[in-house]
Design a protein around this ligand. Sequence first.
Ligand code: SAM
Length: 336
Amino acid sequence: MIRNCIRVPKDRGEEVRRELLERNMLDSSAQISAEDEYLYIPLADSTQEENTKVFTDICENITFMLYEFKKQTGQLKLENLLDTVPHFEIIGDIALIEEDTPEPGVVADAIIKVKKNVRTVLAPLGPVEGEFRTRRFRTIAGEDKTSTIHKEYGCRYHIDLEKAYFTPRLATERSRILAQIKDGDTVADMFAGVGPYSIIIAKKSPLIKVIAIDKNPSAVQFLKKNIELNATYNVKAIEGDAIHEAKRLEASADHVIMNLPHNAHKFLDAAMQICARNAIIHYYDINPQNDLFDSSLKLIEEAATKAGKICQLLDKRVVRSYAPYQFNVCIEVEII
Ligand code: SAM
């Protein structure tokens, strides 16, 4: 394939390639070619010789010319466009890059080129924070939006990333919990968010009942939409504080999901109240490497004793790493 191109000395090639990518002037359907001491970088059809004059600022010795390229074979990969593959995650048609990603514009353009389903690239403006565990974002490339529909294990979730918490990183963990739930069980999801635990569980069988509580009104609005979207009418969505709601759910649940890391311990008395006989609590926390489970387990045991119950450890596991030396853990106990 014959294309307009820029011929550039090899030692300046990477700089020029990045600049072209950022300006949407690179033709990624053709393979960059190397000959002697030069790189030949293919240009998009819309790129004219006068557009390339700007590159003389980077390197004087560039030539605009025609060149015969090989077609880019196979699927275009990020490593074809970037020196290092950045960390990012995809939620629906939104890609989330990390806050400190170098050259976020270049990375975002490359993601949009390679990942055909991505329409927006966002970067967080700060950490997940506050009672509702939300965060703010800035749009780096594509459509300026924070809402999308995300698919996970056959369920669909309407989400607005600024209005309610959601992470796709717990998908495997959710399916692990799902495997433990049986027909006839009642599940209380004390901090349900937009419903990623509740809905997948309810979809397993109409004979499973799910009570999904969240204090964030926006999260509950999305939860209700998601119940409709997935036709999981066996989920009862409740907007409220899990502590208050627990009083009305006395001894009702066979499984209690407590996905509020950092603060779940404050809700242990409420969880004990909700537990039916032999119920299982799935308790999440963020703990340091040198105390992954012991302190959390002690708090669970103390709450059980206070409620006049016995707590038997079933499982304890690291779900994912959270920060340096900090881990998201899950502890599962039977309450007898
Ligand atoms: N389980 C969901 C998920 O996996 O996406 C959401 C988890 S998020 C870490 C914790 C959720 O707890 C947030 O949606 C927040 O609004 C909710 N929350 C915080 N305090 C609460 C309370 N007192 N009662 C009920 N929900 C609460």
